[in-house]
Design a protein around this ligand. Sequence first.
Ligand code: FAD
Length: 471
Amino acid sequence: MQNFAHQLSQILDQKYILTNGQDMAPYSTDWRKRFSGKALAIVLPSSTAEVSKVVQLCAEHHIAIVPQGGHTGFCGGATPDNSGKQIVLNLKRMNQILAVDIANQTITVQAGCILQNIQEAAAERGFLFPLSLGAEGSCMIGGNLATNAGGTNVLRYGNARDLCLGLEVVTAKGEIWNGLKGLRKDNTGYDLRDLFVGSEGTLGIITSAVMKLYPLPISQWTTLVATESIAHTIALLNLFQKRASSLLTGFEMMTHESLALNEKHFPQFKNPLNGEPPFTILVELSDHESEAHVRQLLETILEEAFTAGIIADAVIANSLAQANTFWHMREHITLAQAEEGANLKHDITIPLSSLDEFICETDGLMRNKFPGVRIINFGHLGDGNLHYNIAPPEGVDQKTFNTNNEKAIHELIYGQVERFHGSISAEHGVGQLKLADLRSHKGDVAHDLMKALKRALDPQNILNPNKVVSI
Ligand SMILES: Cc1cc2nc3c(=O)[nH]c(=O)nc-3n(C[C@H](O)[C@H](O)[C@H](O)COP(=O)(O)OP(=O)(O)OC[C@H]3O[C@@H](n4cnc5c(N)ncnc54)[C@H](O)[C@@H]3O)c2cc1C
């Protein structure tokens, strides 16, 4: 091990190799404080060449590597285990915007770029980089790609995978694969880019990426709408899809119970809609024509929805500040849950056609089996993606409740997800949190194919072992 430490210090300046417990602590516990580990060292490379050399050295010494970006992931994918034998390779020093290609509408970035910095760099040049999520001030594009992050704009622009045209990746042997082409068409055999996107650091280390840009919309209008049921909410979504088509850029759902929790911890976010509606929907339209055009379109659709009895109330944001408040209200639910304590998270997708039945049935089963539980259900409903999270009844100790009920609650919800042909991870990934659930969810054939890929690309099992699949 001493030899390894010495050779490592030949690759990077010693100040970028953290080994002291106190220095390593911020890199060893995830954002939710759910997963903690003990690393051999935290290594902070500044270039692809350094990443490559570190991986070669680790391969030589059979030392496992946990790639890490902003460490905001919800599944413990970027947290080392407790052995003290894994290194954490944090990419935050690789934070350069390498190029903006105006004609090709692409941006090339290093993996450690913070998402918000990419959005801002794009906006400065008149472009939209549409990937957007609550953690955008601290998560990094390498982490976004490794988890195939979703967020609030998937409905219109797709997830991280859909936004990515090219990658540079360091393989488990330390080779550098340069796939940084900004091509929208390239049918030359197996799609390596798509293999690495969503692989959560288990197949390679993403060091740079070419991402798509879009023209910045001229005007955006945001509204909050009250609905009485999920069936009405889906009818509203379909109406917006029919009338606004690609101008529809956001469709988020918040239940009354989620907003009540939000208000408990962040009283500044009061729902402006009348009468505590069971479902509050945030809808955003983005337009490239004019402000008047989109405003009128929004009003016409809302009028039609009122007349059809689909919605009960609506408030259109009258300023950018109010629109931002509506979005913050939505985004703060995650933070309110963190304030409340460790809740049981389920990031699921259900086909939109089954969503109403799924929620009615699952809510009923949950309340029957676990009386008094708070179902904090909200999410990117336009994508069929629910954050179906469970908090204990008011006043009940969180830790005891979770210890006694976690397994049964997961089984109930995941059982329902299977029944309705959904997914147990819509956008957060698998990490270590869902490792044990994957085989039964994917089926033997798919799971064995995943293991075969892992063995082929990382035969020594040094890249993020025991995350996603164990071999
Ligand atoms: C408040 C809040 C809101 C959130 N909202 C959303 C949301 O709406 N949608 C959503 O999808 N997620 C959301 N997340 C989860 C999280 O932000 C995303 O999963 C994000 O993509 C993780 O990026 P990161 O840089 O923090 O990655 P990390 O947490 O550091 O890593 C995540 C995984 O990627 C791997 N990894 C990291 N960097 C690399 C790399 N360069 N190469 C290879 N592997 C790598 C890690 O090993 C790990 O397995 C939210 C999180 C928070 C805290």
